[in-house]
Ligand binder design. Structure first.
Ligand code: TXA
Ligand code: MG
Length: 355
């Protein structure tokens, strides 16, 4: 039995009772890649690099391996998982009634940060999709994971490799710090290139609909398909995991204008970090000042990394200046509004965070 299976899983009151030794594997080592494959083949959990964020992978056709993902993350069992596949030719293994549009989008955006929501094949374990009759599928662009998927011959279910509601990790170190003791291995493939989670596009309804904003924008999808694409500004019940408070650092995060942040600095008395967009004012003696990149791709790439590093400082608050609100920044603004959302009471570190 795999160590991950020795976890006590109670899907309604999720409970992890046993600590397991977590191996840190190097994606440039042939022998370490072989170990990662072996763990996944026997139904274990391996955190893997993707181009967006690190994912917590398990064989998507193995129900007990999939259940172990929920236990390790303390994720509610009604939040469906995305399945990562080796190429568009594998869509038929997971989905039915696949519209030609899916292949058109796959040809343009895969491998890449676009998850397509399709009708699920009945043979796919219900644990993966939390009982829904739809399934999210994507071909990741990270070469290490792509090669792994091709060699394994099966798809892996992989949510972001963080405890429930926390920031998605963009480095192996961040995964290890949070998940060590709960999973079999972390495969270190370096920092994630994109830094934010994939766009989720629903192809099951009468109209194209983005369920989660991501690096691929509505305009890019409209341009590729010649069809209108809707993007609800409110989080939607069809994405159970898309809750208002999510992607949160432990330190309270506030969004503000430059003037509001300057006021917070002048108020003194509290240990704060201030992240300014594009250019920061002169350094302050009372606050830690950081300049965030002007360009969207660079901003996204370092956002979670910056929040993770500030979280280690035990500050009273982090202030972040609003970035632009244009369509290109939709995913950044979506994540920021959730990261800064309240209440945060349910988000105090649990005993598991001590691992
Ligand atoms: O970039 C990404 O998408 C990363 C990497 C690892 O691939 N994965 C990721 O997974 O962000 P996760 O589980 O953290 O977020 C997936 C989101 C959740 O909000 C979930 O509810 C939604 O996708 N989702 C998955 N399958 C779904 C389905 N069948 N119907 C509706 N929403 C679904
Ligand atoms: Mg996540």
């Amino acid at each position: 039995m795999s160590p991950a299976h020795s976890l006590a899983v109670h899907l309604d009151t999720i409970n992890v009772e046993v600590m397991i030794p977590t191996q840190l594997l190097d994606a440039t080592s042939i022998s370490d890649i072989a170990i990662a494959k072996e763990i996944l083949r026997r139904g274990g959990l391996v955190a893997v690099p993707t181009e967006t964020v690190y994912g917590l992978a398990a064989n998507a056709m193995n129900p007990s391996a999939v259940k172990a993902i929920f236990a390790a993350k303390e994720r509610p069992s009604d939040h469906p998982l995305i399945v990562h596949i080796a190429g568009p030719d594998k869509l038929v293994d997971w989905a039915i009634d696949i519209p030609p549009l899916a292949y058109q989008l796959a040809a343009r955006f895969w491998p890449g940060p676009l998850t397509l929501l399709l009708r699920k094949r009945p043979q796919v374990p219900t644990e993966v999709t939390a009982g829904l009759d739809t399934i999210g599928l994507r071909v990741p662009a990270n070469p290490v994971l792509l090669a792994l998927l091709t060699e394994l011959g099966f798809g892996v279910a992989a949510p972001s490799a963080n405890p429930y509601k926390r920031l998605s990790p963009t480095s192996a170190e961040q995964v290890f710090t949070q998940m060590s003791g709960r999973i079999d291995a972390v495969l270190d493939g370096g920092d994630c290139e994109v830094g934010l989670e994939s766009t989720i596009l629903d192809l099951t309804g009468p109209k194209l609909r983005i369920l989660r904003a991501g690096p691929i924008t509505a305009s890019e999808i409209a341009q590729c398909t010649g069809l209108p694409v809707s993007q609800p500004m409110q989080h939607d019940i069809v994405v159970p995991g898309n809750v208002a408070e999510h992607y949160q650092p432990h330190t309270p995060l506030h969004l503000g204008t430059r003037e509001q942040i300057m006021e917070a600095i002048e108020a003194k008395g509290r240990r704060i970090a201030c992240l300014f967009y594009a250019a920061a004012p002169n350094t302050s003696e009372t606050a830690k000042i950081i300049t965030m990149p002007k360009e969207k791709a660079l901003f996204a790439q370092c956002l979670y990394k910056t929040l993770y590093s500030l979280d280690d400082l035990g500050l009273d608050a982090i202030w972040l200046e609003y970035p632009p609100s244009s369509e290109q920044w939709c995913d950044v603004n979506d994540r920021l509004s959730r990261a800064a959302a309240t209440p945060r009471t349910s988000l105090q570190p649990t005993s598991l965070n001590a691992f």
